[in-house]
Design a protein around this ligand. Sequence first.
Ligand code: URA
Ligand code: CA
Length: 432
Amino acid sequence: MRMVDIIEKKRDGKALSTQEINFFIEGYTKGTIPDYQASALAMAIYFQDMDERERADLTLAMVNSGDTIDLSSIQGIKVDKHSTGGVGDTTTLVLAPLVASLGVPVAKMSGRGLGHTGGTIDKLESIKGFHVELTKEQFIDLVNKDKVAVMSPSGNLTPADKKLYALRDVTGTVNSIPLIASSIMSKKIAAGADAIVLDVKTGYGAFMKTEKDAEELAHAMVRIGNNVGRKTVAIISDMSQPLGFAIGNALEVKEAIDTLKGKGPKDLTKLVLTLGSQMVILAGKAKNTDEAKQMLLDSINNGKAIAKFKEFIQNQGGDTSIIEDTSKLPQAKYKIELPALKSGYVSRMIANEIGIASMLLGAGRATKDDKIDLAVGIVLHKKIGDKVEKGESLLTIYSNKENITEVKQKLYDNIFIEDTATKPTLIHEIIT
Ligand code: URA
Ligand code: CA
């Protein structure tokens, strides 16, 4: 088989065979196929697309390019959740203990973040003592015993995706539905998920800016999952403004604790119940969404959800006293209010720019070697549709730097106040 023939076949709009896709992924991973041929093929895929069978083949080829995690010694159906990434997205911190409190095993592989805030592991590390350095045996034992554990992935997972994603990044081929969908799904499958719930974000803060693009990506991933034997459901949710109020690591841990106690922001709570009920159904613990939602709500109201969070933190060495006293979480030196410059209604918030403001404070990483300041970030007081008086605080900035003129300006530039406003719809669609 010759790579040049594969490139020409795709260039001319024909479907590649399973063998051709495997040849490409194996050769590219090993280094026998050079970057220039891989980038030519990526560009051909960008223009000519892939059919459903090719997408599933590409996903499995990438799964098989490296190690996979075997979770078969964990009892029950392992359901994983994946978000395409948003601003102030605190859902995993809430969902993991919440669904675990209903007996659904949550064996979470999570990474450090790049971008606005940290990843789930960074956020959890704002709890003193919490660590993710578990052996695979400890991890599996914890999930079997208490239903929830988080670790950073060990081994060499989906090396083909790592190499291809980096190449796409510099060849103008990131934005291709078959390539994005196979990239995301290969990572979830390699991490051992039996079933997958996807949270596909749409809006200014999201990777997919329009609802149509988000829908297309969601459908593509659901088809791949179901075609390779992993039940997959996608939810399309709004990211035209940050989720909840808090953006920043320790601030989001506090928000998660509030939510697990039933006192969280409305939008975050609603999204958690929507995603959580799909997870509970896929795990076989409820027959329909009404039943699943009620089970989740009961768990919040009777204290089981927050008790599970406590057990989870304790199991991984964290200081559980932060649950009763969140002032023990890392605290920023300065709390600075941002007063509204005029009266009206908050009409738009450019979520990704607000995320960047939080990153400038130190809450996120611009490059992968940056160190995160766990204490800093932003807590919104107003969201889209809220009325605001001139001089009233729009948000509080938590900072360890006194001079934050640049951050303030960025926030003012990206929060709009007008005479009228409409609240965005949070859940657009559920795709099964
Ligand atoms: N996120 C991924 O993991 N892969 C892509 O291709 C795009 C976004
Ligand atoms: Ca949040």
